[in-house]
Design a binder for this molecule. Structure first.
Ligand SMILES: [Mn+2]
Length: 443
Protein backbone atom coordinates (compact mmCIF):
# COMPACT_ATOMS: atom_id res chain seq x y z
CA UNK A 1 0.00 0.00 0.00
CA UNK A 2 1.46 3.40 -0.96
CA UNK A 3 1.70 6.26 1.54
CA UNK A 4 -1.37 8.00 0.10
CA UNK A 5 -3.50 4.86 0.33
CA UNK A 6 -2.38 4.45 3.94
CA UNK A 7 -3.50 8.01 4.69
CA UNK A 8 -6.84 7.41 3.00
CA UNK A 9 -7.32 4.29 5.13
CA UNK A 10 -6.56 6.35 8.25
CA UNK A 11 -9.11 9.01 7.26
CA UNK A 12 -11.76 6.33 6.56
CA UNK A 13 -11.14 4.87 10.01
CA UNK A 14 -11.66 8.25 11.66
CA UNK A 15 -14.82 8.83 9.61
CA UNK A 16 -16.14 5.44 10.71
CA UNK A 17 -15.52 6.45 14.33
CA UNK A 18 -17.84 9.40 13.72
CA UNK A 19 -20.57 7.16 12.30
CA UNK A 20 -19.36 6.95 8.70
CA UNK A 21 -20.31 8.96 5.65
CA UNK A 22 -18.88 10.43 2.48
CA UNK A 23 -15.89 12.79 2.31
CA UNK A 24 -15.36 15.12 -0.64
CA UNK A 25 -11.91 16.62 -1.29
CA UNK A 26 -11.46 18.79 -4.36
CA UNK A 27 -8.13 19.82 -5.73
CA UNK A 28 -7.45 23.50 -6.40
CA UNK A 29 -8.91 25.28 -9.44
CA UNK A 30 -6.73 26.68 -12.21
CA UNK A 31 -6.61 30.46 -11.91
CA UNK A 32 -6.21 32.82 -14.82
CA UNK A 33 -3.56 35.52 -14.46
CA UNK A 34 -4.34 37.55 -17.55
CA UNK A 35 -5.54 36.92 -21.10
CA UNK A 36 -4.85 33.24 -21.83
CA UNK A 37 -2.13 32.85 -19.20
CA UNK A 38 -2.80 30.96 -15.99
CA UNK A 39 -0.98 31.36 -12.69
CA UNK A 40 1.41 28.44 -12.23
CA UNK A 41 -0.83 25.58 -11.17
CA UNK A 42 -0.58 24.34 -7.59
CA UNK A 43 -2.80 21.47 -6.46
CA UNK A 44 -4.68 21.57 -3.16
CA UNK A 45 -2.57 20.35 -0.24
CA UNK A 46 -5.27 18.19 1.35
CA UNK A 47 -6.07 16.57 -1.96
CA UNK A 48 -2.42 15.83 -2.72
CA UNK A 49 -1.84 14.51 0.81
CA UNK A 50 -4.42 11.81 0.12
CA UNK A 51 -3.75 11.09 -3.55
CA UNK A 52 -0.31 12.15 -4.81
CA UNK A 53 -2.26 13.22 -7.90
CA UNK A 54 -1.25 16.59 -9.38
CA UNK A 55 -3.64 17.16 -12.30
CA UNK A 56 -6.20 19.96 -12.01
CA UNK A 57 -9.95 19.26 -12.21
CA UNK A 58 -9.94 16.31 -9.85
CA UNK A 59 -11.91 15.28 -6.78
CA UNK A 60 -11.37 12.54 -4.25
CA UNK A 61 -14.38 10.89 -2.65
CA UNK A 62 -13.98 8.64 0.36
CA UNK A 63 -16.92 6.43 1.23
CA UNK A 64 -16.92 5.22 4.82
CA UNK A 65 -19.81 2.79 4.71
CA UNK A 66 -20.17 -0.98 5.02
CA UNK A 67 -18.07 -1.09 1.86
CA UNK A 68 -15.17 1.37 2.13
CA UNK A 69 -14.08 3.03 -1.10
CA UNK A 70 -11.59 5.59 -2.38
CA UNK A 71 -12.86 7.06 -5.63
CA UNK A 72 -11.11 9.54 -7.91
CA UNK A 73 -12.81 11.84 -10.36
CA UNK A 74 -10.35 13.22 -12.91
CA UNK A 75 -10.13 14.60 -16.44
CA UNK A 76 -10.86 12.09 -19.16
CA UNK A 77 -8.26 11.27 -21.78
CA UNK A 78 -8.42 13.84 -24.58
CA UNK A 79 -5.94 13.41 -27.46
CA UNK A 80 -6.67 16.90 -28.79
CA UNK A 81 -6.12 18.69 -25.46
CA UNK A 82 -3.12 16.52 -24.65
CA UNK A 83 -1.37 17.87 -27.75
CA UNK A 84 -1.67 21.37 -26.26
CA UNK A 85 -1.50 20.81 -22.49
CA UNK A 86 0.27 17.51 -22.05
CA UNK A 87 -0.43 14.04 -20.77
CA UNK A 88 -3.51 13.22 -18.74
CA UNK A 89 -3.83 9.97 -16.86
CA UNK A 90 -7.54 9.55 -17.43
CA UNK A 91 -9.65 7.51 -14.99
CA UNK A 92 -8.47 4.02 -15.99
CA UNK A 93 -4.73 4.71 -15.72
CA UNK A 94 -5.17 6.89 -12.62
CA UNK A 95 -7.07 4.12 -10.82
CA UNK A 96 -4.31 1.66 -11.66
CA UNK A 97 -1.34 3.93 -10.98
CA UNK A 98 -2.57 5.57 -7.77
CA UNK A 99 -4.40 2.62 -6.26
CA UNK A 100 -7.98 3.88 -6.09
CA UNK A 101 -10.93 1.49 -5.81
CA UNK A 102 -12.63 3.27 -8.68
CA UNK A 103 -12.12 6.27 -10.93
CA UNK A 104 -14.54 8.24 -13.08
CA UNK A 105 -14.39 11.11 -15.54
CA UNK A 106 -14.84 14.44 -13.74
CA UNK A 107 -17.70 15.21 -16.16
CA UNK A 108 -19.74 12.44 -14.55
CA UNK A 109 -19.47 13.76 -11.01
CA UNK A 110 -22.95 15.36 -10.94
CA UNK A 111 -24.45 11.97 -11.74
CA UNK A 112 -22.22 9.68 -9.71
CA UNK A 113 -21.68 11.69 -6.54
CA UNK A 114 -25.37 11.92 -5.54
CA UNK A 115 -25.50 8.11 -5.89
CA UNK A 116 -22.57 7.80 -3.50
CA UNK A 117 -24.21 10.27 -1.08
CA UNK A 118 -27.56 8.45 -1.06
CA UNK A 119 -28.19 6.89 2.36
CA UNK A 120 -24.79 8.10 3.68
CA UNK A 121 -24.91 9.04 7.35
CA UNK A 122 -22.95 12.26 7.01
CA UNK A 123 -21.02 14.48 4.67
CA UNK A 124 -17.40 15.41 5.40
CA UNK A 125 -16.34 18.48 3.49
CA UNK A 126 -14.61 21.82 3.95
CA UNK A 127 -17.48 24.00 5.08
CA UNK A 128 -17.62 27.51 3.67
CA UNK A 129 -14.16 27.41 2.09
CA UNK A 130 -15.38 28.21 -1.42
CA UNK A 131 -18.85 29.51 -2.36
CA UNK A 132 -18.76 27.68 -5.72
CA UNK A 133 -18.07 24.42 -3.96
CA UNK A 134 -20.79 25.09 -1.40
CA UNK A 135 -23.25 25.62 -4.25
CA UNK A 136 -22.28 22.34 -5.88
CA UNK A 137 -22.66 20.49 -2.58
CA UNK A 138 -26.11 22.00 -2.24
CA UNK A 139 -26.98 20.80 -5.74
CA UNK A 140 -25.82 17.25 -5.03
CA UNK A 141 -27.65 17.20 -1.70
CA UNK A 142 -30.85 18.39 -3.35
CA UNK A 143 -30.56 15.64 -5.94
CA UNK A 144 -30.39 13.10 -3.13
CA UNK A 145 -33.25 14.74 -1.21
CA UNK A 146 -35.46 14.64 -4.31
CA UNK A 147 -35.35 10.84 -4.10
CA UNK A 148 -36.75 10.72 -0.57
CA UNK A 149 -40.10 9.29 -1.75
CA UNK A 150 -38.15 6.48 -3.38
CA UNK A 151 -36.87 5.60 0.07
CA UNK A 152 -33.49 7.30 -0.22
CA UNK A 153 -32.22 9.29 2.75
CA UNK A 154 -29.87 12.25 2.53
CA UNK A 155 -26.91 12.79 4.88
CA UNK A 156 -28.27 14.26 8.09
CA UNK A 157 -25.02 15.70 9.40
CA UNK A 158 -22.07 17.64 8.04
CA UNK A 159 -18.58 17.47 9.51
CA UNK A 160 -15.64 19.60 8.49
CA UNK A 161 -13.15 17.10 7.08
CA UNK A 162 -10.34 19.55 7.84
CA UNK A 163 -10.66 18.68 11.54
CA UNK A 164 -9.56 15.11 10.77
CA UNK A 165 -6.99 16.06 8.13
CA UNK A 166 -5.39 18.95 10.01
CA UNK A 167 -4.55 16.71 12.95
CA UNK A 168 -3.04 14.13 10.59
CA UNK A 169 -1.03 16.69 8.64
CA UNK A 170 0.33 18.21 11.84
CA UNK A 171 2.31 15.07 12.63
CA UNK A 172 4.72 14.39 9.79
CA UNK A 173 5.44 10.79 8.77
CA UNK A 174 8.86 9.51 7.70
CA UNK A 175 8.08 10.12 4.04
CA UNK A 176 7.22 13.77 4.69
CA UNK A 177 10.21 14.36 6.95
CA UNK A 178 12.57 13.07 4.27
CA UNK A 179 11.12 15.50 1.71
CA UNK A 180 11.18 18.41 4.16
CA UNK A 181 14.83 17.71 4.94
CA UNK A 182 15.70 17.87 1.23
CA UNK A 183 13.67 21.08 0.82
CA UNK A 184 15.47 22.67 3.78
CA UNK A 185 18.86 21.59 2.41
CA UNK A 186 18.16 23.26 -0.93
CA UNK A 187 16.95 26.44 0.75
CA UNK A 188 19.94 26.53 3.11
CA UNK A 189 22.26 26.27 0.12
CA UNK A 190 20.33 29.08 -1.58
CA UNK A 191 20.87 31.34 1.43
CA UNK A 192 24.58 30.51 1.42
CA UNK A 193 24.73 31.27 -2.30
CA UNK A 194 23.09 34.67 -1.79
CA UNK A 195 25.56 35.49 1.00
CA UNK A 196 28.54 34.43 -1.12
CA UNK A 197 27.49 36.59 -4.05
CA UNK A 198 26.19 39.64 -2.15
CA UNK A 199 28.13 42.89 -2.41
CA UNK A 200 27.31 46.61 -2.38
CA UNK A 201 25.98 47.79 -5.73
CA UNK A 202 23.81 44.75 -6.45
CA UNK A 203 20.06 45.08 -6.17
CA UNK A 204 17.61 43.03 -4.17
CA UNK A 205 16.35 41.27 -7.29
CA UNK A 206 19.86 40.05 -8.10
CA UNK A 207 19.87 38.08 -4.86
CA UNK A 208 16.32 36.89 -5.49
CA UNK A 209 17.51 35.55 -8.85
CA UNK A 210 20.29 33.62 -7.12
CA UNK A 211 17.78 32.07 -4.71
CA UNK A 212 15.49 31.03 -7.57
CA UNK A 213 18.43 29.62 -9.49
CA UNK A 214 19.42 27.44 -6.54
CA UNK A 215 15.83 26.31 -5.88
CA UNK A 216 15.03 25.39 -9.45
CA UNK A 217 18.36 23.82 -10.31
CA UNK A 218 17.82 21.36 -7.48
CA UNK A 219 14.38 20.35 -8.66
CA UNK A 220 12.20 22.59 -6.50
CA UNK A 221 8.99 23.34 -8.38
CA UNK A 222 8.52 26.87 -7.00
CA UNK A 223 9.32 29.05 -4.00
CA UNK A 224 7.11 28.13 -1.03
CA UNK A 225 6.15 31.82 -0.73
CA UNK A 226 7.21 35.14 -2.20
CA UNK A 227 10.87 35.65 -1.35
CA UNK A 228 11.72 38.55 0.92
CA UNK A 229 15.02 40.20 0.02
CA UNK A 230 15.19 43.44 1.99
CA UNK A 231 18.21 45.65 2.24
CA UNK A 232 18.70 48.37 4.86
CA UNK A 233 15.49 49.94 6.17
CA UNK A 234 13.39 47.61 3.99
CA UNK A 235 14.20 44.82 6.47
CA UNK A 236 11.91 46.56 8.98
CA UNK A 237 8.91 45.99 6.68
CA UNK A 238 7.82 42.52 7.74
CA UNK A 239 6.18 41.45 4.47
CA UNK A 240 8.48 43.34 2.11
CA UNK A 241 9.04 41.52 -1.20
CA UNK A 242 12.29 41.50 -3.14
CA UNK A 243 12.35 44.83 -4.94
CA UNK A 244 14.93 46.87 -6.80
CA UNK A 245 16.65 48.68 -3.92
CA UNK A 246 20.43 48.82 -4.16
CA UNK A 247 22.56 47.12 -1.52
CA UNK A 248 24.66 49.85 0.03
CA UNK A 249 27.92 49.52 1.89
CA UNK A 250 26.95 49.26 5.56
CA UNK A 251 23.48 47.79 4.88
CA UNK A 252 22.26 44.66 6.56
CA UNK A 253 20.34 42.43 4.14
CA UNK A 254 17.46 40.28 5.35
CA UNK A 255 16.40 37.29 3.26
CA UNK A 256 13.34 35.23 4.14
CA UNK A 257 13.01 32.59 1.45
CA UNK A 258 12.39 28.89 1.09
CA UNK A 259 11.67 26.51 -1.72
CA UNK A 260 8.76 24.15 -2.14
CA UNK A 261 9.89 20.65 -3.04
CA UNK A 262 7.41 17.94 -4.00
CA UNK A 263 4.63 19.87 -2.24
CA UNK A 264 6.53 20.58 0.99
CA UNK A 265 7.68 24.00 2.13
CA UNK A 266 10.84 25.21 3.77
CA UNK A 267 11.08 28.61 5.42
CA UNK A 268 14.44 30.15 6.33
CA UNK A 269 15.47 33.67 7.27
CA UNK A 270 18.98 35.03 7.57
CA UNK A 271 20.39 38.54 7.89
CA UNK A 272 23.91 39.43 6.79
CA UNK A 273 25.99 42.53 6.00
CA UNK A 274 26.06 43.58 2.33
CA UNK A 275 29.80 44.19 2.59
CA UNK A 276 30.56 40.95 4.45
CA UNK A 277 31.39 42.47 7.85
CA UNK A 278 28.88 43.26 10.61
CA UNK A 279 29.13 46.76 12.06
CA UNK A 280 29.30 47.08 15.84
CA UNK A 281 25.61 48.00 16.17
CA UNK A 282 24.52 45.28 13.73
CA UNK A 283 26.55 42.67 15.56
CA UNK A 284 25.19 43.74 18.96
CA UNK A 285 21.58 43.26 17.86
CA UNK A 286 22.40 40.15 15.84
CA UNK A 287 23.90 38.40 18.86
CA UNK A 288 20.79 39.21 20.90
CA UNK A 289 18.47 37.74 18.26
CA UNK A 290 20.71 34.71 17.89
CA UNK A 291 20.76 34.09 21.65
CA UNK A 292 16.97 34.40 21.73
CA UNK A 293 16.71 31.90 18.89
CA UNK A 294 18.92 29.38 20.71
CA UNK A 295 16.72 29.81 23.80
CA UNK A 296 13.60 29.19 21.72
CA UNK A 297 15.19 26.13 20.10
CA UNK A 298 16.02 24.77 23.57
CA UNK A 299 12.32 25.03 24.41
CA UNK A 300 11.31 23.19 21.23
CA UNK A 301 10.79 19.58 22.25
CA UNK A 302 7.98 17.13 22.86
CA UNK A 303 6.01 17.98 25.98
CA UNK A 304 6.78 21.71 25.90
CA UNK A 305 3.97 24.13 25.09
CA UNK A 306 3.85 25.68 21.61
CA UNK A 307 4.34 29.09 23.29
CA UNK A 308 7.33 28.12 25.44
CA UNK A 309 9.75 28.93 22.61
CA UNK A 310 8.19 32.35 22.10
CA UNK A 311 8.30 33.12 25.81
CA UNK A 312 11.95 32.07 26.03
CA UNK A 313 12.85 34.24 23.03
CA UNK A 314 10.94 37.27 24.33
CA UNK A 315 12.80 37.11 27.65
CA UNK A 316 16.18 37.38 25.91
CA UNK A 317 15.04 39.94 23.36
CA UNK A 318 13.48 42.17 26.02
CA UNK A 319 16.60 41.98 28.19
CA UNK A 320 18.68 42.89 25.14
CA UNK A 321 16.44 45.87 24.42
CA UNK A 322 17.03 47.12 27.96
CA UNK A 323 20.79 46.47 27.82
CA UNK A 324 21.23 48.33 24.53
CA UNK A 325 18.97 51.25 25.45
CA UNK A 326 16.42 50.45 22.73
CA UNK A 327 14.04 50.54 25.65
CA UNK A 328 14.71 53.15 28.32
CA UNK A 329 14.80 51.51 31.77
CA UNK A 330 13.68 54.76 33.37
CA UNK A 331 10.52 54.70 31.28
CA UNK A 332 9.65 51.02 31.01
CA UNK A 333 10.97 49.61 34.29
CA UNK A 334 12.29 46.09 34.82
CA UNK A 335 12.44 43.07 32.50
CA UNK A 336 9.27 41.73 34.12
CA UNK A 337 7.51 45.04 33.45
CA UNK A 338 8.62 45.05 29.83
CA UNK A 339 7.25 41.54 29.32
CA UNK A 340 4.04 42.13 31.27
CA UNK A 341 3.29 45.42 29.52
CA UNK A 342 4.40 44.27 26.08
CA UNK A 343 6.82 47.18 25.52
CA UNK A 344 9.10 44.80 23.59
CA UNK A 345 6.51 44.79 20.79
CA UNK A 346 7.86 48.11 19.54
CA UNK A 347 10.80 46.09 18.16
CA UNK A 348 9.44 42.54 18.11
CA UNK A 349 5.84 42.46 16.93
CA UNK A 350 5.32 38.91 15.67
CA UNK A 351 5.24 35.43 17.14
CA UNK A 352 8.25 33.15 17.20
CA UNK A 353 6.95 30.33 15.04
CA UNK A 354 4.25 28.53 13.10
CA UNK A 355 3.57 25.02 11.87
CA UNK A 356 5.37 24.14 8.64
CA UNK A 357 4.44 21.44 6.14
CA UNK A 358 2.74 21.34 2.77
CA UNK A 359 1.68 24.92 3.42
CA UNK A 360 4.22 27.40 4.71
CA UNK A 361 1.80 28.41 7.43
CA UNK A 362 0.68 24.85 7.82
CA UNK A 363 -2.63 23.60 9.14
CA UNK A 364 -3.26 22.44 12.69
CA UNK A 365 -4.67 23.85 15.89
CA UNK A 366 -2.32 25.82 18.13
CA UNK A 367 -4.56 25.23 21.14
CA UNK A 368 -5.14 21.85 22.78
CA UNK A 369 -7.92 20.28 20.67
CA UNK A 370 -8.72 17.71 23.34
CA UNK A 371 -9.48 20.29 26.00
CA UNK A 372 -13.24 20.42 26.47
CA UNK A 373 -13.62 23.93 27.86
CA UNK A 374 -13.82 27.19 25.96
CA UNK A 375 -10.52 28.63 27.14
CA UNK A 376 -8.28 26.00 25.54
CA UNK A 377 -4.65 26.03 26.71
CA UNK A 378 -1.82 26.17 24.15
CA UNK A 379 -1.06 22.73 22.84
CA UNK A 380 1.96 20.66 23.72
CA UNK A 381 4.55 19.92 21.07
CA UNK A 382 4.67 16.31 19.90
CA UNK A 383 7.31 14.31 18.13
CA UNK A 384 6.82 14.66 14.36
CA UNK A 385 5.57 18.24 14.37
CA UNK A 386 7.59 20.74 12.35
CA UNK A 387 7.66 24.31 13.59
CA UNK A 388 9.62 27.39 12.59
CA UNK A 389 11.70 29.26 15.17
CA UNK A 390 12.03 32.87 14.06
CA UNK A 391 12.65 35.65 16.54
CA UNK A 392 13.72 39.08 15.33
CA UNK A 393 14.33 42.72 16.11
CA UNK A 394 13.22 45.58 13.86
CA UNK A 395 14.27 49.12 14.71
CA UNK A 396 12.35 51.90 13.00
CA UNK A 397 13.64 55.42 13.59
CA UNK A 398 11.86 56.96 16.57
CA UNK A 399 12.50 59.55 19.23
CA UNK A 400 14.34 58.06 22.19
CA UNK A 401 15.73 55.13 20.17
CA UNK A 402 19.54 55.23 19.85
CA UNK A 403 20.30 56.30 16.30
CA UNK A 404 23.07 53.74 15.87
CA UNK A 405 20.37 51.03 15.67
CA UNK A 406 17.98 52.81 13.32
CA UNK A 407 16.77 50.83 10.28
CA UNK A 408 18.37 47.57 11.38
CA UNK A 409 16.02 44.64 10.81
CA UNK A 410 17.08 41.14 11.84
CA UNK A 411 15.22 37.84 11.86
CA UNK A 412 16.80 34.41 12.22
CA UNK A 413 14.51 31.58 11.22
CA UNK A 414 15.04 27.84 11.18
CA UNK A 415 12.79 24.84 10.60
CA UNK A 416 12.68 22.47 13.57
CA UNK A 417 11.44 18.90 13.62
CA UNK A 418 10.19 18.16 17.14
CA UNK A 419 11.50 14.98 18.75
CA UNK A 420 11.17 13.50 22.23
CA UNK A 421 14.74 14.56 23.04
CA UNK A 422 14.57 18.08 21.59
CA UNK A 423 14.44 19.02 17.95
CA UNK A 424 16.32 18.49 14.71
CA UNK A 425 17.09 21.73 12.87
CA UNK A 426 16.26 20.81 9.28
CA UNK A 427 17.74 24.10 8.02
CA UNK A 428 21.02 23.66 9.93
CA UNK A 429 23.13 24.02 6.77
CA UNK A 430 22.33 27.73 6.42
CA UNK A 431 25.23 29.75 7.92
CA UNK A 432 24.05 31.43 11.09
CA UNK A 433 26.68 32.68 13.52
CA UNK A 434 28.51 35.94 12.89
CA UNK A 435 31.74 33.99 12.38
CA UNK A 436 30.14 31.53 9.92
CA UNK A 437 28.59 34.34 7.88
CA UNK A 438 31.69 36.54 7.80
CA UNK A 439 33.94 33.60 6.92
CA UNK A 440 31.67 32.53 4.06
CA UNK A 441 31.40 36.07 2.70
CA UNK A 442 35.16 36.61 2.88
CA UNK A 443 35.73 33.35 1.00
MN1 LIG B 1 8.16 31.68 8.80
Amino acid sequence: MNVYAKRRAAVLKKMQAQGGGVAIIHTAPEVMRNADADYPYRHDSYFYYLTGFTEPEATLVLVAGANEQSILFCRDKNPEREIWDGYRFGPAAAKEQFGFDAAHAIDSIDTVLPQLMANAAALFYALASDPRLDARIQGWLNTVRSQVRAGVSAPAAVFDRRVILNEMRLIKDADEIAIMQRAADISAEAHARAMRLARPGLREYHLEAELLHEFRSHGSQYPAYGSIVATGANACVLHYRAGDAELRDGDLVLIDAGCELDSYASDITRAFPANGKFSGAQKTLYEIVLASQYAAIDATKAGMLFTDGHDAAVKILAQGMLDTGLLDKNKVGTLDDVIANGDFRQFYMHRTGHWLGMDVHDVGEYRDPDYAGADKPWRKLQSGMVVTVEPGIYVRPAAGVPEAFWNIGIRIEDDALVTNEGCVILSRKAPKTVAEIETLMRG
